[in-house]
Design a protein. Structure first.
Length: 183
């Protein structure tokens, strides 16, 4: 697993003018919370995760966070765009039978948690320990990062699809004993 050094001026969707040490698939949404996109075992996922820094300033992912399919990420973003945390206290919304958004806000502070759901064989639902707690700034940055994250998801999916196609094409070619040909 790669580790990243936390920059003194973190990158957010609103202040991207200078290069950073963060990879292109990682977006800072406030405090030590990041959105990242990766493909692992043929699945592309969007992660909203809390990181911790060690004494050298190196970022390490914690267990606090959620991992979402791209279509669930998109549905979550749509829900959060019309979400009014200060109007509907103590509410909960289920998104695509995969994620639950809880509103913990009060009149002074915005606080929302996102937690994964798991559907059992008997069709009942159970919460998965995966969850992340976001404040108002994090929510705003998450909303603002949508286009960048979506572009990254598309890039990852396209790269993976092309690499699988090219690999299949190369595998179908006959073995060549020598690279020298008579002209």
């Amino acid at each position: 697993m790669k580790k990243w050094i936390f920059a003194l001026h973190p990158v957010t969707p609103k202040n991207i003018p200078w290069p950073t040490l963060f990879p292109a698939h990682m977006f800072h949404i406030g405090e030590l919370i990041f959105i990242s996109v990766n493909t692992f075992q043929k699945q592309t996922r969007v992660h909203i995760r809390v990181y911790a820094t060690d004494d050298r300033g190196i970022l390490h992912p914690t267990k606090n966070g959620v991992s979402l399919k791209p279509e669930v990420w998109s549905a979550l973003h749509s829900k959060l765009c019309c979400f009014r945390p200060r109007e509907d206290f103590e509410s909960a919304s289920i998104i695509k039978k995969d994620v639950c958004v809880f509103n913990h806000s009060d009149k002074d502070n915005v606080s929302v948690s996102i937690q994964r759901l798991f559907q059992r064989k008997d069709s009942s639902f159970q919460f998965v320990p995966e969850r992340v707690l976001l404040n108002g700034e994090n929510l705003d940055q998450l909303r603002d990062s949508y286009e960048l994250v979506l572009k990254c998801v598309k890039n990852k999916l396209l790269t993976y699809t092309l690499s699988e196609y090219i690999k299949a094409e190369v595998d179908s070619l006959p073995e060549i004993d020598s690279f020298y040909y008579d002209v």
